[in-house]
Design a protein. Sequence first.
Lengths: 95, 474, 491
Amino acid sequence: MKLDTNTINKIAKLARIRLSEQEANDLLRDMNSILDWVEQLNEVNTDDVEPLANISSSILPHRKDVAKDINSTDEILKNSPDKLEGYFVVPKVVE
Amino acid sequence: MEFQSITKLKTLLNKNKISVKEIAETYIKQIKEKKELNIFIYFNEDKIHDQVKEIEKLSNDKVLKGIPIAIKDLFCTANMPTTAASKILENFQPTYESFVTQKLIEQGSMFVGKTNLDEFAMGSATNTSYFGNTINPLSKNDNPLAPGGSSGGSAAAVAADLCLGATGTDTGGSIRQPASFCGVVGIKPTYGLCSRWGIAAFASSLDQAGVFSKNVTDASILLEEIAGHDQRDSTSSNVKIPSFSKNLNTSLEDKVVGIPQEYTVDGISDEINGVWEDAIKSLEKKGAKIKHISLPHTKYALPTYYIIAPAEASSNLARYDGVKYGFRAKDAKSLDDMYELTRSEGFGKEVKRRILIGTYVLSAGYYDAYYLKAQRVRKLIANDFVEAFKECDLILTPTAPSAAFPLNEQQDDPIKMYLNDVFTVPASLAGIPGISIPYGKDQQGLPLGVQLLSKHYNEQEIFNAAFSLEKDYE
Amino acid sequence: MSNLIKGKKHEWETVIGLEIHAQVKSNSKLFSNSSTVFGSKPNSQVSLVDAAMPGMLPVINRYCIEQAVKSGIGLNAKINNHSVFDRKNYFYADLPQGYQISQYKYPIVGEGKVTIDFKDGTSKDIRIVRLHLEQDAGKSLHDQNPTKTYVDLNRSGVALMEIVSEPDIRSADEAGLYISKIRSILMYLDTCDGNMQEGSLRADVNISVRKPGDDYGTRCEIKNLNSIKFIKQAINYEVKRQIEVLEEGGVIEQNTLLFNTSSGKTSPMRSKEEAHDYRYFPDPDLLPLDINQEDIDKLKNAIPELPDDRKTRYISDYNLSNYDASVLTSDKYVSDYYDTIIESDKTLKDSSKIVVNWLTSELFSLLNDKNIQINNSPVTPQNLGKLVKLITEDIISGKIAKEVLVEMFNTKQDPEKIIEKKGLKQVTNTSEIETIVDEVLKENQIIVDQYLSGKDKLLGFFVGQSMKKSQGKANPKILNEIIKIKLSKKK
Ligand SMILES: [Mg+2]
Ligand SMILES: [Zn+2]
């Protein structure tokens, strides 16, 4: 058992996903079995192996520093569930 | 079933034996008839008629003029909503067209609708969709089968004759496995060959667009249209795209085909091994040299994948927060409240599971043990293929460890579900191209696919070998 | 100079490290095409990429890379040929992607140092840990509505350089000098506009206190300060607070603080149990950034003269003090202005110190009164040079020159023309001056007698009166001579 309910809830908080008690229990079971299963990677000796982040061997492409106004405010806000006078609107941030 | 392939339909169209409008009517009728298979998330007759008017104006030399294509609902489309099969993208209407779908539009294709998939492409049975299961068109009435996944809707659409080609995305097998389940051709090209711009991301270092079709020639036609460099995707390859379809040939003279010993896995049915054996024999008979090879880290591909893909997904899916688009939970009292309610109501179980796994393996104290470890093993897996392709031109394996299974069969045990990708995931991690073509059937008459792999950007040789194998069934 | 602070029980040493966020001067954002112009309508400079629409991908702005490299060179830092963009994951309303693209393990610029100069002529090196490129967030407006927050993404994705110092700073004044120096270097390089009011340069301040010789204490971070004045205020408040807590036997809790500019106090920003875990990992949408040495060298060769080089030149070529030279060079525009004056006439090089005074005290006070920046000064450097020359050549007195400068400031005119028009030229004609002196002596017979009886100090009185009579135009040297001679003849 790698995870306990406490850890699951901490992770869920980080990911901003609220879990019911039932969900947390199911996830605890599933995630523990997945983590046990991936444990087999420890059999592999990776001492001198460079981590592979992307298989692409090309170099990072660049853009020129040219400003273009392609997207209008309307376009950007079009799908927003709540907007007002050009702003996205969200419930108050409580610090 | 009149139009068996893109090539055949094109001939009819060019000879004026059929109009674009008639094609549209034919497919609209078929789609409506097979509504109960739940293949489409979005289907709208009017939208098809609108396209007909535009397509009719195009000249006949447009490669895909009038060809009915289904689009996996992970591709953003400016004229149809895009959901990624998730409640969280409810009512999302992109203002932009993905690179791949734009290319298809430019060549005159007709989008018949947006196909069902596993939510955010996470699954192997198209059963994690917010919009319900898709049913494999090859199912018998009393036993509904899964079409595979995640691009199950697209594979099923081709198999059910609701289009002549479909787009898919493949992160760990999501084109090849459903192609095998539905008895169609599905190709995942080299990572970077098709731009990811405008495709809702699952795992950025693995996601790759590809196509489904009824035969290898059609797949080669479609792929050469959607491939190509895109300045808006920093991982898009800048290579010249060959004319795959024109270069197609069946010659296997001097080709070495590798058979990896590690793909003989316990619990795989004799039928699948039998089909694999048949394909080996066929290739040998056609002049290829068969070589037994080793890909020693194959066993570790799945656990590696199930660390890397969720890690990337946990970050890629952070943008679905209810602020800019899509679903937002009501009655939240604070911003954090809104995030948590939106994301817990908006995402399904499998997506949440992967987001949490991904969050965990990246979190402080676990990054090195899980994520970094997986990246190192990924390097070894990629190296296995580099070494193997020093000895062979192609690798032949089964596509999936089973034929299409009954719906709901694998829903409870995630690891069992993940095992569906055992043969497809290694190539995804290595970024190499792979095709699945139907090759034989099991006792129930369900199709079984074989997979051909090759080194980066060697799609042509894959098409050629597949083209050659396909002849066995004509 | 000791920076130790006396508490009630002990002496304390302040330890400060700064993270400066400097906005890269560029036309478009770090990973998208949209404009970086300040002050536009809300959400009018937002691309699909900046709004994190599904399927959108970042493509890096080449110029921003060059700007970071140039800045690194200006900070005497190591430029890394290989660097990596990482995602820093957290949720916030103005962070549309749910992560910030930043650099974590492999920044584009490594270790460097900058020198700060004190009034007493000494200086000190502050070590730089790193400079990395990252995206700015959008802006949240919390005070528009009682239950809602409004979000503007215009800034979302603008390129920032985060410059991290070692904890080498020991006082609020040093922190101020350090930021001014960084700002000055970036402005010389034209890699940041240095506009702190618009937020182009802002700082997070890490503060702890310790008894001299002890290990570092627990630190607190004050976030997002955008003026040097506030930075100093915040530091002074926070140091006092920490010392009080410690002397009363308490412990400092590691906290992120906000500085309230109206109360002058710091207060904790987030509660502790929500400790952040940013889950950095390489952004899979981007490849590593590899810069070849040739490109770095090309940028190196194009680096303009920087404040420290200029300072050295001023000291050696113009004989200025270290402090004068550092004051002049700390602002590129001031320094450019000074250089233009000196270059406008070859004789001015010998009056370099006089030029400093006329620039930094006389002209500055006029500019400050009207809140005008030096680069918009109505007095051109050429004209200020002419004015100084008129003084050094005894054509006008310093006193007259001040009047002339005011006139120059108000009318943008050439000083020679003003003098001519107003007849302010100094009188050097001895007979004219003799006449004036004779008149003054005649009018003040009693005082002449007092002088002659031994009150030498009264000489000044005659000088003053004569000068007044000449309307300030008499050459003071000649005037003095004549008065002395005339009086001695009366003895
Ligand atoms: Mg900071
Ligand atoms: Zn930062």
